[in-house]
Design a protein around this ligand. Structure first.
Ligand code: ZN
Ligand code: ZN
Length: 97
């Protein structure tokens, strides 16, 4: 699968998972995971989008260390990041508008 957990920069499979969060916005569930590559140290954001109507789609991109560490710190403040229905400030900030 092209959505494999590989580094978006160097395609290494040695990724360290730091944080992930599930959000739910008007019928669509999103799952964002932040991973840091242990070989090139760049950060990869893996996103799943599941509309329930069709197949889940995935999206992979490189994010800056600054943005990634900020997101990881933010996600850590939610008591249950995998509860897509959570209405805490963290979830509200992370969900798509
Ligand atoms: Zn890498
Ligand atoms: Zn929350």
């Amino acid at each position: 699968m092209s959505s494999a957990r590989v580094c978006h920069a160097c395609h290494s499979e040695e990724l360290e998972h730091h944080a992930s969060i599930d959000t739910f916005t008007v019928g669509i569930e999103y799952s964002d995971g932040y991973y840091q590559c242990t070989s090139c140290e760049s950060w990869t954001l893996l996103s799943w989008k599941d509309s329930w109507a069709g197949e889940a789609t995935t999206f992979r991109t490189t994010v800056s260390a600054e943005r990634a560490t900020e997101a990881v710190a933010l996600i850590a403040k939610c008591k249950d990041p995998h509860d897509a229905w959570c209405r805490c400030p963290v979830h509200r900030k992370m969900e798509r508008g």
